[in-house]
Write a protein that binds this ligand. Structure first.
Ligand code: CO8
Length: 257
């Protein structure tokens, strides 16, 4: 499929998706959502892909939902049309997704980054939920995922004032896992994705599932869930290979079996 709003590449076992609407600082519209869902579904079904990186341009990861598209919509349009419904599919993707963020990650852009499994930011990154300045509130998970990531005080501060936070503040707050110089951003994200893609696929998917489960259930249920997944991995050949390789002081050759 030819994409109008994305650039898609495969580098070994890593799928790379670059948001590409430079005229609008990668503002998210329905075409971009449709295309992103399509490529993530196709990466999910592709056994040769072990991890995905989503990135934007140096100036903007994404400056939010497209305000020009939204300005004339009314309640019936957005409600009956399930406006921007479908974004949850990004968060539901089973394979790990890293957001490599440079420049603005605002509104829906910040929310898209937070749907990914972790965020690597360049030192130029700026995060914010400025919807309140437009007379709306976050609608793609900002009030929920941001609060879980940075806690109530900072989430309230950001969502109620609409201010931006820089990469250093975002890292201190726990929104971002690492900050790197702008020119290192893609190398760092690709190295991380490639490391993940070489590991045993079942353990990677279960690790992601288990961490995500911690946001949905009580601690005792989460611990029970984790233990069952842990135990089930002893049914895989990769568990034997990983442990035997350690004892034999060599690198494991995982077969995804
Ligand atoms: N939508 C549409 N166009 C945009 C957007 C956007 N979100 N952001 C930037 N652009 C366009 C500008 O209009 C401009 O186009 P043009 O050249 O045709 O005038 C071009 O991109 C460049 O932008 P600027 O000239 O403004 O660049 P600056 O460097 O001066 O400023 C900013 C950069 C600070 C990022 C500024 O562009 C800005 O404030 N953008 C809007 C940020 C924003 O408010 N985002 C939140 C949008 S609302 C949202 O995301 C809700 C999501 C949830 C919806 C869920 C519904 C269910």
């Amino acid at each position: 499929m030819d994409y109008e709003t994305l650039i898609v590449e495969k580098r070994e076992a890593v799928g790379i998706v670059t948001l590409n609407r430079p005229q609008a600082l990668n503002a998210l519209n329905s075409t971009l959502l449709k295309e992103l869902r399509h490529i993530l579904t196709s990466f999910s079904a592709d056994d040769s892909i072990g991890a995905v990186v989503i990135t934007g341009s140096p100036k903007a990861f994404a400056a939010g939902a497209d305000i020009k598209d939204m300005q004339s919509l009314d309640f019936v349009d957005v409600y009956l049309g399930d406006f921007l419904g479908g974004w949850d599919e990004v968060a539901a993707s089973r394979k790990p997704i890293i957001a490599a963020v440079s420049g603005f990650a605002l509104g829906g852009g910040c929310e898209l980054a937070m749907m990914c499994d972790f965020i690597i930011a360049s030192d130029s990154a700026k995060f914010g939920q400025p919807e309140i300045t437009l007379g709306i509130i976050p609608g793609m998970g900002g009030s929920q995922r941001l609060t879980r990531a940075v806690g109530k005080a900072k989430a309230m501060d950001l969502v109620l004032t609409g201010r931006m936070m820089d990469a250093a503040e975002a890292e201190r707050a726990g929104l971002v896992s690492r900050i790197v110089p702008q020119e290192r951003l893609m190398d760092e994200a690709l190295e991380a994705a490639s490391t993940i893609a070489k590991l045993s696929r079942a353990s990677v998917l279960m690790a992601k599932e288990s961490i995500n489960r911690s946001f949905e259930v009580s601690l005792s249920e989460g611990l029970r869930f984790e233990r069952r997944l842990f135990q089930s991995l002893f049914a895989t050949q990769d568990q034997k290979e990983g442990m035997v390789a350690f004892v034999e002081k060599r690198k494991p050759a995982f077969q995804n079996r």
